[in-house]
Design a protein around this ligand. Structure first.
Ligand SMILES: [Zn+2]
Length: 303
């Protein structure tokens, strides 16, 4: 999801903190979640899974931490070095540095671990080699990190994504991507949003492409579901991304016929969807659209 020009939306943040949706942790963009947020996230996630309706999907979850080698292989580190969170720790045999913090900081070294910037990256290397004839269809939920600190509550540093990923031959992926883009729009409608779907530049292809993004905006590789969050009208709460062979080539994924496979994903930003629901339907979960049954039957949602 691309980011708009930052406008610190203190009123939404204060409202979400006052109503115990968000629990401050002392650093920008990282929050704990109180009861209404916990209920809302679960309800929104389930509503999307139900609405997506592909029963043959492989269901997966991945943690916030992923393989540095995989993210580098995917091209993300080269394209977005400023967004990546890298984990440093004391190397084996480092001894015991002074406990004052400074010596400890200096003794830290890079590890095999980074923080996942999108939940779908760990899925691709699992499919290296030959796909079955029907290709792969994966639901993935993950915790993500992108180092873009902001006081705006809709620009979290640590957030959750629900993604649907298709890896298959070109025709299968293309038709899935077109249907997925429409399902993404329908899910926005089902959540009671005033929402639009618009094309955008694709983050999978890096800064050089970003420069060209104005020209390439309509190349059909990325579409975002835009709706009102706080004071902003067009915040991306979900995106449909066609990667063509960008990732399958890097991970050596082939179709059953031995052709180069293609991939696409549709990603939902769960926190942003909740913030959009709060903006457009209020903080009382009972007032939210009927599809969010779990939230509606869970009382006021207040702690
Ligand atoms: Zn993805």
């Amino acid at each position: 999801m691309e980011n708009e020009a930052p406008i610190a939306d203190a009123s939404l943040r204060e409202q979400l903190c006052d109503e115990s949706f968000l629990l401050p942790t002392g650093v920008p963009g990282v929050f704990g979640y109180g009861r209404p947020m916990v209920l809302a996230l679960a309800a929104v996630r389930q509503a999307i899974v139900d609405a997506w309706g592909e029963p043959t999907m492989t269901v997966t979850e991945f943690p916030a931490v992923m393989s540095r080698a995989t993210l580098t292989q995917a091209g993300y580190v080269a394209s977005f070095p400023h967004l990546v969170g890298s984990i440093r720790a004391l190397p084996a045999g480092a001894g015991e540095p002074e406990a004052d913090g400074e010596a400890w900081e200096k003794a830290l070294a890079a590890t095999d671990y980074v923080l996942a910037p999108a939940s779908c990256y760990p899925v691709y290397p699992l499919h290296s080699g030959k796909l079955p004839a029907a290709g792969a269809l994966v639901q993935v939920t993950g915790n993500c990190f992108r180092h873009e600190p902001s006081e705006d509550p809709d620009r979290l540093v640590s957030f959750r994504q629900l993604e649907f990923v298709r890896i298959a031959d070109r025709d299968q992926t293309t038709s899935w991507f077109e249907q997925g883009r429409e399902k993404m729009r329908q899910i926005g409608v089902g959540l009671g949003f005033q929402a639009t779907v618009d094309s955008a530049s694709d983050p999978f292809f890096g800064p050089a492409r970003r420069i060209l993004s104005a020209m390439q905006k309509n190349d059909g590789s990325k579409f975002e579901l835009l709706t009102r969050v706080g004071k902003r009208d067009d915040v991306a709460v979900a995106s449909a991304n066609s990667h063509l062979t960008h990732l399958t080539r890097k991970f050596g994924i082939h179709t059953a016929d031995g052709e180069e496979a293609t991939s696409a994903c549709v990603a939902f930003g769960l926190e942003r969807l909740v913030f959009a629901l709060v903006t457009q339907h209020g903080t009382d979960l009972r007032d939210w659209p009927a599809g969010l049954g779990a939230a509606n039957t869970a009382g006021t949602g207040r702690p």
